[in-house]
Design a protein around this ligand. Structure first.
Ligand code: GAR
Length: 244
């Protein structure tokens, strides 16, 4: 029998992808267990879904952290292992930042939030971290503390567009407004850029002339619920092959 991989999940909202993964785990469609569900947003439906499935949950309130950082960041607030120059040299999230000051504020604020995530996540024996509708970018500070083996990616994300087209926060909206006749979703690994990491799987659907943006989102989500568990299984298969 294939060994099950231990998966951590991060969400920001409704969690329909999380539900698809929970269901796939429960019905043994995939060789995976969910260890925890974390959210950057308190009170979202996805957390309820996890609790109903007896999965540990936690919240790191990004909005609260950002508000308090706006009042000023002291060096003592930063993680003790935070190295600004190193993160600046690695990050590819902000290419043409309006100012270095804004970029530094962004990276410091995120590192404070990411340290809180890491303090919880790293206590688990996790093989893979899955971003199931997590709407925050992750900086090299976080990524390097999860991807600790050189060349091995351990963070998987779902994006609502056929990458490399339409990266960013509104994949279906951008696809629809461009007038595309094919839309789709992509599961990929996280690297230092925004939605630029290696692609694991994609699914496409047709956009009819009279489809609304809502129709596009509905068609896309149905594809996402199929694709995400399949990509997690791909990862589980590769782990099982390595341990043979
Ligand atoms: C999904 O459409 C997912 O592709 C998207 O958020 C939605 C979450 O829905 N993710 C991103 O845009 C990541 N940048 P869900 O909470 O119902 O799973």
């Amino acid at each position: 029998m294939a060994k099950k991989i231990n998966v951590g999940t991060l969400i920001s909202g409704g969690g329909t992808n999380l539900q698809a993964i929970i269901d796939a785990c429960k019905s043994n469609l995939i060789d995976a267990n969910i260890l925890f569900t974390g959210s950057d947003n308190p009170g979202v439906k996805g957390l309820e879904r996890a609790q109903k499935a007896d999965i540990d949950t936690f919240v790191v309130d990004y909005a609260g952290i950002i508000t308090s950082c706006k009042k000023g960041i002291n060096d003592a607030d930063l993680p003790s292992d935070f190295n600004l120059e190193e993160i600046l040299s690695k990050q590819k999230l902000v290419e043409n930042s309006a100012s270095k000051e804004q970029l530094v504020f962004f990276l410091k604020t995120r590192a404070i939030a990411e340290r809180k995530l890491l303090d919880i996540i790293l206590a688990y024996d996790m093989d893979l971290l899955v971003l199931a509708g997590f709407m925050r970018v992750l900086t090299p500070y976080f990524i390097d503390r999860i991807n600790t083996e050189p060349g091995i990616y351990k963070i998987m994300n779902i994006h609502p567009a056929l990458l490399p087209s339409f990266p960013g926060t509104d994949g279906y909206g951008d696809t629809f407004r461009y007038g595309c006749k094919i839309g789709g979703c992509t599961v990929h690994y996280i690297d230092y850029g925004e939605d630029t990491g290696p692609i694991i799987g994609q699914k496409a659907f047709e956009i009819e002339d009279n489809d609304t943006l809502e129709d596009v989102k509905k068609k896309g989500l149905v594809k996402e619920w199929e694709l995400f568990p399949q990509c997690i299984q791909k990862f589980a298969d590769s782990q099982n092959k390595q341990s043979r």
